[in-house]
Design a protein. Sequence first.
Length: 73
Amino acid sequence: MSTNEEQKIAAEQFGYRIEQGEETLAGKFWWTLCLAGLDVEVSPLEFDSEENAWEDAIRAHQDELAEIEAIAA
C-alpha cells in the first residue's frame, strides 16, 4: 500500500469525505470533514477531479494532526 493510500485511509477514518457536485457543480469535487459534536468543515476550493480533492483533504488532515499535536505539547 502506498503512502498516499495510507494517508487517504487515515483521512477517511478521521472523518474526511469527498463530495461530487451535481447540476451547476457537475464535474466538481470538494472535501468535507465531519466530526462528532462539531460543525461540518468544507474545503475552501472546488477541484476538477476526485484525486485532486483527496490530495487537498490529505493535506488538510496533516495540518489538523499537526495542530492537535501542537495543542497537546
